[in-house]
Design a protein around this ligand. Structure first.
Ligand code: KG4
Ligand code: ZN
Length: 375
């Protein structure tokens, strides 16, 4: 039974978590930078790395204290060293290496995107003042966890859908993961964020549009569904985003008289646009999951990433012919519990990293994939 301290700093969340046995989350601390980046409607790398420096030590301390642990209780340090923004990654990687060296504990390197796939395996446990573990009572409390038995559920098809990724995987086990499809332009979460910006809503756009969509008519506007051919497992969302832009502002060049300039959408039109946009995203995602499940003879489907919190997507997959595993909402967005959780699997196979471990950016991964990394 291993107790692992996980660290996550790949993008704009500084996070640390203590996870026992790859599954039981004793603490899960996330310092979000969303407020710092909101005015730019996207992550500013320089601001992100500076905030990680400020946050990393308090976040680590809080994770240990909430888990009622000291460093002596920790068996290994897990770090998401790939893929991400270089300045952000380096803060977490340096902290993890320092801890591993100073404490004499093994260091485990985890792929952030693969860890999103694993996040449905996590169980939130809250620790009371005496260090006793209870059922969860945080944001994910009361949510029906559909934890599957990994032994019986592979091969599986996994989808990581977030602000940075729309990546489809064939999983033979938790660490035999092959990328089989990805977005050729915008990630689905990015499309949510950009559509929210077009509509003058806040950032991040996903939760806001999800909320609005619940009150709108998904058939009000026939936005395009881009499937990229009959066999493709890739995704494209930029055409859909542009279709929303043209619907709201008119097609450029076609507006010749001021009377043709569209007024801003009414509240009900906003709800209908949100619902119709969301319906298009979901239909494409479900279709690709069906294709992949058939192609790889899958026995289950696993989802992860911020967009896997989407209520419409969860409802649409409720009748999928295979078991579908969603993370508890608290583990959908970036967190370190998923890093510590997957590290438990890797540690069990002696996949320990050296202190020369490097941070690997998105573009480096695209140029030269290394063992086990297909994102
Ligand atoms: O996984 P995540 O925290 O970060 C990345 O690795 O990108 O995902 C953040 C993304 C944002 O684009 C956000 O708009 C989207 O997830 N998101 C949602 C929902 N909650 C977060 N998208 C759709 N529906 C939601 N409920
Ligand atoms: Zn992520």
């Amino acid at each position: 039974m291993a107790t692992i301290l996980g660290i996550e700093s790949t993008c704009d969340e500084t996070a640390a978590a203590v996870v026992v046995d790859g599954r039981h989350v004793r603490s899960n601390v996330v310092a979000s930078q969303v407020d710092l980046h909101a005015r730019y409607r996207g992550v500013v790398p320089e601001i992100a790395s500076r905030a990680h420096i400020e946050n990393i030590l308090p976040v680590l301390q809080q994770a240990l204290s909430e888990a009622h642990c000291t460093f002596a209780d920790i068996d290994a340090i897990a770090i998401a060293n790939r893929p991400g923004l270089i300045g952000s990654l380096l803060i977490g990687v340096s902290a993890a290496k320092t801890l591993a060296w100073a404490l004499g504990k093994p260091l485990v390197a985890v792929d952030h995107v693969h860890a999103h796939l694993y996040s449905g395996e996590l169980e939130e446990l809250m620790v009371d003042d005496r260090g006793m573990m209870n059922g969860g009572s945080g944001p994910g409390a009361g949510f029906q966890s559909s934890i599957i038995n990994p032994q019986s559920s592979f091969p599986s098809v996994g989808l990581v859908c977030s602000g940075g990724h729309t990546a489809l995987y064939h999983l033979r086990s938790w660490n035999d993961v092959t990328l089989v499809g990805s977005t050729i332009d915008d990630a689905v979460g990015e499309a949510y964020d950009k559509v929210a910006a077009i509509l003058g809503l806040g950032y991040p756009g996903g939760p806001i549009l999800d909320q609005l969509a619940a009150e709108g008519d998904p058939q009000a506007i026939a936005f395009p569904r881009t499937l990229l051919g009959r066999e493709s497992l890739d995704f494209s969302f930029s055409g859909l985003k542009t279709a929303v832009l043209y619907h709201v502002r008119g097609v450029p060049g076609r507006v010749v008289e001021s009377s043709q300039i569209k007024p801003p959408p009414t509240p009900q039109e906003l709800r209908d646009i949100a619902a119709s946009f969301q319906a298009a995203c979901i239909e494409v995602i479900v279709k690709k999951l069906q294709r992949a499940a058939k192609r790889f003879d899958a026995r289950s489907v696993v989802l992860g990433g911020g967009v896997s919190a989407n209520r419409g997507l969860r409802a649409a997959l409720a009748n999928f012919p295979l078991p579908v595993v969603f993370p508890q909402p608290v583990f959908c967005t970036d967190n370190a519990a998923m890093i510590a959780g997957l590290a438990d699997v890797l540690l069990g196979q002696n996949r320990v990293a050296g202190l020369g471990l490097d941070a690997v950016t998105y573009s480096e991964i695209r140029r030269q994939p290394v063992e086990g990394a297909s994102a």
